[in-house]
Design a protein around this ligand. Structure first.
Ligand code: UDP
Length: 355
């Protein structure tokens, strides 16, 4: 197939502003190239792809970033900034659609979803979040009613947020496991990784670390500085170690040295890339039983689970996670979340649409 992948309109690939979609995009492109497809990626100016995607063509567009849906109120209308990147991306995608077998949208936004029945080339959407706003819920329900096979989701928990006409197509997610090294000798520290924003619940991770008397190393793009400061003030000085946003190679090296990863989202996380990335390095995960992480963490196999928002239970779950065998975490990821298996699932979905 000739596949046009249209990236997120929230930040350049490699910046961290797009969250998990950035890593998903590069793994997916690398996996589809490996399977012999020709891939063009249309993304924000400044985007970079890892060497595994060198055979892809990269088209760049400038324009104003889209406001992220997860930071808006549920009733907010669809918004497009002046000189919107989203509009520019889709103008270019539509102008070139005839050269492709299928167009794959990675943006969680109203415009590309609304376009679905109006394109000449089939338009597929890998939905990257659960329900965060009524306008998005509405357009996803509409697409599902008109073109159900054009939608795919990462996890069953995520898909259950939406009103769907048919059982969802689930593709999970994938990781280039050659980029993650198994570390069998951790330091007595806990880890936390993700965008630093209220929906990620860093304050719960900080509290658990303080209760256990272990430092918490934090990696991620600081989306909300005031929130980060509030979390820092909530625990004794020295509990939190801020490491900034690191590229995957460095991130995995540092993540691997943690005794356990804490994962604490307050929202229905669609997947939870960092959960699998930690496990790929042999790090067991203590998480709330909510969203994607609730499906990914298997008690005693790759981590431990606590009821949502129950911080005492999360302290106990962290104790249990610390006893999980590290090799087993890596083995679980190899079996369930490889780049190859993910690309094969996406290929089956897209081939069905491309005909
Ligand atoms: N990440 C990174 N460097 C860091 C911290 C995080 O590259 O220092 C990446 C991580 O690899 C993951 C993404 O940020 O792909 C966070 O994605 P996740 O699915 O966990 O959450 P989202 O931000 O999409 O809600």
């Amino acid at each position: 197939m000739r596949i046009l992948v249209v990236s997120t309109p929230v930040g350049a690939l490699g910046s961290g502003r797009g969250g998990g979609v950035e890593l998903t995009a590069s793994t997916l492109v690398a996996g589809l190239l490996e399977r012999g497809h020709r891939v063009t990626v249309l993304a924000a100016e400044g985007s970079v792809l890892p060497p595994s995607c060198a055979a892809a063509t990269l088209w760049l567009e400038r324009g104003a970033d889209q406001p992220s849906w997860q930071h808006r109120s549920r009733q907010d209308p669809v918004e497009l900034p002046v000189d919107a990147l989203l509009g520019r991306l889709w103008r270019r995608a539509l102008a070139h659609q005839a050269h492709f077998s299928v167009v794959l949208n990675l943006a969680y936004d109203w415009l590309p979803l609304w376009l679905t029945p109006h394109t000449a080339t089939p338009l597929a959407h890998l939905v990257s979040m659960g329900s965060v706003g009524e306008a998005m819920d509405g357009v996803i329900a509409e697409v599902s009613a008109l073109r159900p096979r054009h939608l795919a989701f990462h996890t069953a928990t995520q898909a259950a947020d939406f009103q769907l006409a048919e059982p969802p197509i689930l593709v999970g997610n994938g990781f280039d496991l050659s980029r993650y090294q198994l570390c069998l000798e951790p330091e007595p520290v806990l880890g936390w990784a993700g965008r630093i924003a209220p929906e990620k619940g860093l304050e719960d991770g900080a509290l658990v670390a303080a209760r256990l008397g272990l430092p918490l190393r934090i990696w991620g793009y600081e989306e909300d500085r005031a929130y980060a400061a509030r979390v820092a003030a909530s625990v004794p000085v020295g509990t939190l170690e801020w490491r900034g946003f690191l590229p995957t190679e460095q991130l995995q090296g540092e993540l691997g040295r943690c005794a356990a990863l804490l994962n604490t989202p307050k929202w229905n996380e669609a997947f939870g890339n960092v959960v699998v990335e930690a496990m790929a390095c042999g790090v067991p995960v203590a998480a709330y039983q909510r969203g994607g992480p609730g499906e990914l963490v298997v008690e005693g196999v790759n981590g431990a689970l606590a009821p949502p928002d129950d911080r005492e239970a999360l302290v106990a779950a962290t104790h249990r996670a610390l006893a999980v065998e590290r090799q087993g975490c890596r083995a679980w990821v190899e079996e369930h979340c490889s780049q190859q298996a993910f690309a094969a699932r996406v290929e089956t979905w897209l081939q069905d649409l491309a005909g």
